[in-house]
Design a protein around this ligand. Structure first.
Ligand code: FE2
Ligand code: FE2
Length: 243
């Protein structure tokens, strides 16, 4: 069942608590009493249709939800994705890092075991930062440029060259699987480290990793299934202007 604007905002959270950071990124903070989604969005000046589409796309991963999201502007979608990047870099990654440091402080691991986890995590972090910086510095600005040109129906020579030399589909090919390393990190914690007296800290790290993975899946799905097809269509239409 889809989330609708008449539903109470609190009920959406009760339905799936993983929506909490999603709602925050869209500009809504807690404390919404019994107000409906529509009322809360109106009060906070948030576009209710976009809000609902993002929430429903998170809950329902079928093609229909990607299509609904495609109806929204590239700028709105990119601005939401930028907020999720900041959430990973400023909140989630430092939090997981702090918990990993607890593994040695609480003597759950000896130094070598700790370094194995720590180095693996550092590598993952580097990959994630690289991925995000490529998107923020090149891919997203290119998408915005394409969308602007498409709406004004004008294609400059520079943009035409960019489309011909590095169309969005080349990014799709390079859109590396940042979830793969996360899976390996989870397995080190689940399978390969020695059995601790108490698994609590490791469980907490694992829960954070699973939650991050789910959020990243949603994020990549929006990039792959919403933005890339939309930009590809715009590129084709723009090139057709020259013919
Ligand atoms: Fe991204
Ligand atoms: Fe990405």
């Amino acid at each position: 069942m889809q989330i609708k604007k008449e539903m109470k905002m609190a009920d959406a959270i009760h339905r799936n608590y993983l929506l909490l950071p999603v709602i925050n990124r869209l500009g809504i903070q807690l404390g919404f009493q019994d107000k409906t989604i529509e009322k809360v969005c109106l009060k906070q000046n948030v576009d209710v249709e976009f809000f609902l589409t993002i929430l429903n796309a998170y809950l329902d991963t079928n093609d229909k939800s990607s299509k609904q999201l495609q109806a929204h502007s590239v700028k709105d979608v990119v601005s939401y994705l930028l907020k999720t990047h900041s959430y990973y870099l400023e909140r989630i990654i430092p939090e997981i890092e702090n918990r990993i440091n607890l593994l040695i402080q609480h003597s759950q691991l000896n130094k070598n075991e700790f370094l194995l986890v720590k180095n693996f995590f550092e590598e993952y972090k580097k990959e994630l930062y690289g991925h995000i910086s490529l998107e923020e510095n090149f891919v997203y600005p290119y998408m915005i440029e394409i969308a602007d040109a498409y709406h004004s129906k004008s294609l400059s020579k520079t943009l035409e060259d960019k489309i011909n030399s590095y169309p969005i589909t080349s990014y799709e090919k390079e859109h590396s699987d940042i979830e793969a390393k996360l899976f390996d990190l989870k397995n080190i914690l689940i399978k390969y480290l020695p059995t601790p007296n108490d698994s609590y800290i490791r469980n907490r790290i694992l829960m954070e990793l699973f939650t991050l993975e789910q959020d990243l899946n949603d994020h990549s799905r929006i990039e792959n299934r919403v933005l890339i097809p939309k930009i590809t269509q715009m590129e084709t239409a723009l090139i057709a202007l020259k013919k």
